[in-house]
Design a protein around this ligand. Structure first.
Ligand code: NDP
Ligand code: X2W
Length: 311
């Protein structure tokens, strides 16, 4: 019989928590520790469950996640936090195993893992290799726009979008983060090592799940002069061992944000021509952008096949 590990999800009825639960209910190596509805905010019961788990997922707002960490006293417990709270904390490991073998090895032995933010996942998947391979300087004036389904805003935004009396404005794409202080900017800079955060334009639209994050590339500012074909070859090589990150080209001329909804995949589309290019990450904000990545990190920590219970 398969070895079973005990897993507790704090925030099990939230948007990310429910997604995690669905994935873990069929995981052959996981025994889910569920908390009763009446006690799900009871500190003593949460503490008891957390300290008897092998892995604890935090699917809570940032402040609640910070407080929850202090409830864990058992040094053997691994915490995987889905919130923004610890992503640039050097005592925590950033959970993006595809960036290098060293990133993956660090995750495998970590007890504190910060799961990447959704928009940040799309940005970092493209920007990290560009800088690492010396194609762009860390001083390149990065910008990005990122289209998200409304589930990205959690229970509150889902209710607003699905209300019968919602404003007409919700039918059209809505730009936000207008003051350039989006909560994912610090991790975008921290993980890629770029000199300044990108000019970042998130856009929420009237569909449930899915995301595409697009970085414009001015080829005259390339540090290493590469053609589009060469850039594609560099990315194919960078992600050649990845189970989830792929490189593709869209023939139709249209790139939909919900192409990878319900999966843990992330596809990078390198489009344009040798003068002006774009590189776009397409994935699921609730998949590789949240609970899919969290399950992948858990599988790595537990020494399991990283693709277990993920598509
Ligand atoms: N939605 C997304 O696409 C993504 C979300 N995240 C992050 O994941 C975390 C959760 O987000 P999301 O699932 O969207 O949010 P939701 O608002 O959908 O869910 C949060 C859950 O946490 C519960 N909660 C709040 N405070 C406490 C507490 N003190 N003790 C126990 N439970 C508590 C809430 O309870 P109640 O139901 O009573 O309100 C709710 O069920 C956030 O930090 C978010 O930023 C990360 C990546 C993507
Ligand atoms: C549509 C919407 O509001 N999306 C959220 C991102 C999702 C999220 O919860 O971000 P974390 O991964 O950092 O927790 C936002 O842009 O703030």
């Amino acid at each position: 019989m398969a070895m079973k590990y005990k897993v507790y999800i704090d925030g099990q009825v939230g948007t990310t928590g429910l997604q995690l639960r669905q994935r873990l209910e069929h995981h052959p190596n996981i025994e889910l520790m569920l908390i009763s509805e009446e006690l799900r905010k009871d500190e003593a019961e949460r503490k008891r469950l957390m300290n008897s788990a092998d892995v604890v997922f935090l699917c809570l707002p940032d402040e609640a996640a910070k407080e929850a960490v202090f409830l864990v006293e058992n040094p053997n417990v691994c915490i995987i936090d889905a919130s923004t709270a610890h992503r640039t904390n050097p005592l925590w490991t950033y959970g993006f195993p595809e960036l290098s073998p060293a990133h993956r090895q660090e995750i495998a032995k970590a007890k504190r893992i910060a799961n990447p933010g959704c928009h940040a996942t799309g940005f970092i998947a493209a920007a990290y290799p560009l800088v690492k391979l010396g194609i762009l300087s860390p001083d390149y004036p990065f910008s990005a726009h990122s289209i998200t389904g409304y589930s990205g805003g959690g229970k509150g935004m889902i209710q607003e979008y699905e209300a019968s009396d919602r404003p007409d404005a919700f039918e059209s794409p809505r730009q936000y983060g207008l003051n350039q202080t989006h909560k994912h900017l610090p991790e975008m800079q921290y993980v890629t090592g770029i000199s300044a955060p990108p000019v970042f334009t998130p856009i929420v639209c009237d569909f449930y799940r899915g995301m595409e994050t697009c970085i414009p590339l001015h080829t005259d500012l390339f540090l290493k002069k590469v053609t589009k074909a060469e850039l594609i070859a560099y990315f194919q090589d960078f992600y050649k061992d990845s189970n989830f990150i792929k490189i593709a080209h869209e023939e139709s001329g249209f790139l939909a944000s919900n192409l990878l909804a319900d999966s843990n995949g992330l596809t990078l589309y390198i489009e344009g021509n040798d003068q002006r290019m774009t590189i776009t990450s397409v994935f699921d904000n609730l998949g590789k952008g949240a609970s899919g990545a969290a399950v992948q990190n858990m599988n790595i920590v537990l020494g399991l096949d990283e693709t277990e219970s993920l598509i």
